[in-house]
Structures are given as structure tokens and as C-alpha cells.
Design a protein around this ligand. Structure first.
Ligand code: GDP
Ligand code: MG
Length: 303
């Protein structure tokens, strides 16, 4: 690493499903190995580290921006805003669409009040004609000033080298924050829980928005190695939700498990025997105590 290397923080924000996780995974490649663990922390901000000979970008994925309706919602707003405050640059991911809805208008309002530079990232450009991307850019430029604009496809990797260039443009010179081989600072259990939660939310669509949490109750390597047994519980608020999550003859739960398993295997580099349960805990989102129990801790937000 030369004296000219840069190092800094980038927050990725945007509505759910816009491609934040896909972008992050593509940038850091498929080697989601855990090399730096802080087992006692339960931060819900996922930091992912990209290192090259130019320096280091620490990405912070944030759990969406939304109104606080209860303890968990409050936490999530805090996480997103907290993550945005301490960074050198914000990446705002949007769909390739000229229609700009309420939530994106609200995000623009929030961003224009901040001093941090903002890169507008038009994602999923593989879905639209090139000329249309120009129209999307014009539509967003009417909302606020952007310090840079990149058109990408997180899925195919198009435009990502240019995006990385743009990010480095906003980072200060300085030493790296993490070892060169660090990919993330999240404890492995928490990432596994997040993988399951993501697959569940995706499978359930908008039916149960944010109404679930996932807890890993057991993660154990068998004595002869080769297989890791994982017991995980999906916690929901209502008995009716439990039925939806399990699905007909257990089909939905099975699908969640079979989608999560390969990702967790990649993560821990071992075969996984995954068992999933569903439990109902009424109003768990309302209680700070439970919110903490399920891995969301307000304390960790004080950056
Ligand atoms: P997040 O909620 O913002 O983290 O979004 P995800 O990364 O989970 O992506 C949501 C969905 O959009 C997934 O089905 C992705 O495969 C899809 N997606 C993400 N990036 C792209 C892209 O560049 N092109 C297309 N066509 N789909 C994408
Ligand atoms: Mg995501």
C-alpha cells in the first residue's frame, strides 16, 4: 500500500429491493469470508470492506429508510441516518425509472440537507434501453444536485469500475481502517441470520414487511468436521403470519431454507444442515427489550 492510498467510508442507501446487497456482493466478489470478528457486537449496520492498491472503501449497507412506527422502526431509521452521518460519500441507489415515488422524494429531501457528497447510482440498467437511462438521470437531477452520477448493473457488474473510481474520488488520503483481507466486521451468526431473514422477506413479498426477526439458536460444527448444524428460528408477530411463513405443507419454509443454505455454506465454507422453526411473539417490535434480544441494539448506533 503506497503513501498515496485513500481510505474512507461509503454508505449505500435506497429503497428495499433496489439492489444494495447485490451491488455490495458484486463489488467484493464472491469471497464472503469472515476474517475479522467482534463477537460481542450486534450492530445491524453491515460493513463490507473493499481493498485495492488504490486504498480501502468501507461500505455500510443500511436497513432502508423509513418512518419510525415502533421500536424496531426507530432503530432502523437511526441506523440509516447514523450510517449516513459519519461517511465520506453516500451512494443513493435507484431503479431505472423516470417515475419518482414518495419515498425517493423523501430520501432526496433528506440528502439535500446533508453536507456529505452524494453519488446517484442508477441500478438495473440491464433492464432498460441505454437512451432511457439519460431520461432517468434528468428526472432525478430535477430533485437535487448530485456530486456524481453512475449507471450500473449490479447483477452483471456493468459500470462498477467507474463507480469505484467515483467513490475513490471522494475519499481522503490516509491509512487503511482494516486489514487487507477483511471483508466484513459482522459476526458470522448474524450474517447467517440476515441471509435467512432476507430470503424469507423476499419469499413473502410485502405481506409481512419488517415483521420478522431471525435468531440462530445453534451453530455447531460436527466433531468430524464436514458439516455444520444450524438451528434457526424465524420470529413473527401473528399466528396468521406463522401460517404464511410455513406455507402449504411447509413449502414456503422449505424454500426459504433451501435458498439460504447455499449462501450460508459459501459464507462459512462448510456443508450446512439447516433446520428452521417459526415462532410467534406478539408485538415483539414494540418492546425495546425484545428488539435488543433479536440483535438490534440502539447502543450500537452512537457512532
Ligand atoms: P436490496 O434490498 O436493495 O438489498 O436489493 P437486493 O440486492 O436484495 O436485490 C433485489 C432484487 O433485485 C434481487 O432479485 C436482485 O437479483 C435484483 N437486482 C439487483 N441488481 C440488479 C440488476 O442490476 N439488474 C437486475 N435485472 N436485477 C437486479
Ligand atoms: Mg439488502
Amino acid at each position: 500500500m503506497s503513501e498515496n492510498s485513500k481510505s474512507g467510508f461509503a454508505a449505500i442507501i435506497g429503497r428495499p429491493n433496489v439492489g444494495k446487497s447485490t451491488l455490495m456482493n458484486h463489488i467484493i466478489g464472491q469471497k464472503i469470508a469472515i476474517t475479522s470478528r467482534k463477537p460481542q457486537t450486534t450492530r445491524n449496520r453491515i460493513q463490507t470492506v473493499y481493498t485495492s492498491d488504490r486504498g480501502q472503501i468501507v461500505f455500510e449497507d443500511t436497513p432502508g429508510l423509513m418512518k419510525a412506527r415502533n421500536a424496531l422502526g426507530e432503530y432502523m431509521v437511526g441506523a440509516a441516518e447514523g450510517a449516513m452521518r459519519g461517511v465520506d460519500v453516500i451512494l443513493w441507489l435507484v431503479e431505472p425509472d423516470t417515475y419518482i415515488g414518495k419515498s425517493d422524494t423523501a430520501i432526496a429531501k433528506k440528502l439535500s440537507g446533508m453536507k456529505v457528497p452524494v453519488i446517484l447510482v442508477i441500478n438495473k440498467t440491464d433492464k432498460v434501453k441505454k437512451a432511457f437511462v439519460g431520461e432517468v438521470i434528468s428526472a432525478y437531477e430535477k430533485l437535487m444536485h448530485f456530486d456524481d452520477i453512475c449507471a450500473v448493473s449490479a447483477r452483471h457488474g456493468t459500470g462498477l469500475p467507474e463507480l469505484i473510481d467515483a467513490i475513490f474520488g471522494f475519499l481522503p488520503y490516509g491509512p487503511m481502517f482494516y486489514d487487507e483481507d477483511t471483508i466484513t466486521d459482522q459476526p458470522v451468526k448474524q450474517i447467517a441470520a440476515e441471509i435467512i431473514r432476507e430470503k424469507a422477506l423476499r419469499g413473502l413479498g410485502e405481506e409481512i414487511p419488517h415483521g420478522i426477526a431471525v435468531m440462530i439458536e445453534r451453530m455447531e460444527d460436527r466433531p468430524n468436521g464436514g458439516i455444520t448444524d444450524i438451528d434457526a428460528v424465524i420470529i413473527c408477530e401473528r399466528a396468521s403470519h406463522k401460517g404464511i411463513i410455513i406455507g402449504k405443507g411447509g413449502a414456503t419454509l422449505k424454500k426459504i431454507g433451501s435458498e439460504a443454505r447455499p449462501d450460508i455454506e459459501k459464507l462459512i465454507e462448510n456443508k450446512v444442515n439447516l433446520k428452521l422453526w417459526v415462532k410467534v411473539k406478539k408485538d415483539w417490535r414494540e418492546s425495546d427489550m425484545l428488539v435488543r434480544n433479536y440483535g438490534y441494539d440502539k447502543k450500537d448506533l452512537n457512532l
